[in-house]
Design a protein around this ligand. Structure first.
Ligand code: TXA
Ligand code: MG
Length: 330
């Protein structure tokens, strides 16, 4: 696609929020910080703006988007909430939880954004800049992660700029994000299903539900048909360099994505080493994950060797993203 837009980068503040609001109203594309990752926003009711968004990201149009709103009242205008959905929304919004719900009768979100499904994914982000933009704009804003399709999600404005400069109108810079992995997605069907592990640990959701979340069916991960979470393509989060998981030694020419205080045989010859959390903290590791993958991706290593990472808390989302990164480039 042509890259001829002048992409402005503004520090977060009143002027940036007003510019973002104006841009959305004119059908423009704005990148803005949320607590999980930076989003690329467009007016959810404007199909032409959404078509530009898919084009800017190079994203397949069958991959539906999350509608971001300022509060539960706004969410209830676009989807039907049952008691389970209300309980989850009241417990976790604003926050890193996306709910997939039946569309309301007069749902303002364009069909192009929901890929023709009769459900819509919604979340209320817990970031003051995101909330200020949503309140100023008033309507729902669809926002996938602000990266080129297939790249890892951006956790700083600089990541957004390196992927999307020339393709979008405005980047609002609110500094590095706090969580670092995308929201957890729960499908509120007969039994709630964890469609994507993410920034809200499974255990916290299950505590509020009082029961276990189901797993999506096996074939929900395929690049075909209408899977439950069509965005979960196997290669969704891939860097260009090959990724090797659960390394117990480092081969010559490899870069290392480390975790914890330990070392591995061969590590002294690594091309580069970045440690997600020397003190073995999974929250810290999540916040560093995508930035470190981007940094190691440009070291010219033959592979990025990843040390084992525990599965508890945000570890489930980290391991999910790393698995996708590992199958990305065969
Ligand atoms: O943290 C996040 O969720 C970030 C920030 C920007 O909010 N957004 C994000 O959006 O990760 P995106 O587009 O990268 O991922 C959206 C996911 C995809 O896996 C998509 O398939 C799924 O949500 N999704 C959207 N609508 C859906 C629906 N109606 N049913 C099932 N899955 C849906
Ligand atoms: Mg994404």
């Amino acid at each position: 696609m042509k890259s001829d837009l002048k992409t402005r980068i503004w520090p977060a503040g009143e002027a940036a929020v007003a510019a973002a609001d104006g841009c959305l109203a004119e059908g423009g594309l704005i990148a803005f910080p949320t607590e999980t990752v930076y989003g690329l926003g467009a007016d959810a009711a404007n199909a032409a703006a959404i078509a530009r968004l898919y084009r800017a990201k190079g994203r397949p149009a069958f991959n539906p988007l999350i509608a971001h709103v300022a509060d539960l009242a706004a969410a209830r205008r676009i989807a039907r909430f049952d008691t389970t959905a209300i309980r989850l929304a009241e417990a976790f919004w604003p926050g890193p939880l996306t709910l997939v719900l039946p569309k309301s009768e007069n749902c303002a979100v364009a069909d192009l954004a929901t890929a023709g499904l009769d459900t819509v994914a919604i979340r209320v982000p817990a970031h003051p800049v995101a909330l200020a933009i949503l309140r100023a704009f008033g309507g729902p804003v669809v926002a996938p992660s602000a990266n080129l399709s297939g790249h890892v999600s951006p956790t700083t404005a600089a990541h957004v700029h390196s992927d999307l400069a020339g393709r979008i109108d405005l980047i609002v810079d609110g500094g590095p994000v706090a969580v670092g992995v995308e929201s957890s997605i729960v499908g509120c069907f007969d039994s709630p299903i964890l469609l994507r592990p993410g920034g809200l640990p499974r255990g916290e959701i299950e505590r509020v539900l009082g029961r276990a979340l189901l797993a999506p069916p096996e074939d929900a991960d395929q690049d075909s048909g209408q899977p439950l979470a069509p965005g979960m393509l196997a290669s969704h989060y891939a860097p260009r360099t090959q990724v090797r998981l659960n390394a117990d030694r480092i081969e010559p020419g490899e870069a290392v994505l480390a975790f914890g205080p330990g070392t591995l045989p061969g590590m002294e010859c690594a091309v580069a080493i970045m440690n997600l959390s020397p003190r073995s903290n999974v929250d810290e590791a999540a916040a560093n994950l995508f930035g470190y993958l981007r940094a190691l991706d440009v070291k010219g290593a033959r592979a990025i060797a990843v040390m084992p990472i525990p599965h508890h808390g945000l570890g489930e989302a980290i391991n999910d993203r790393l698995r996708r990164a590992a199958v990305g480039r065969e």
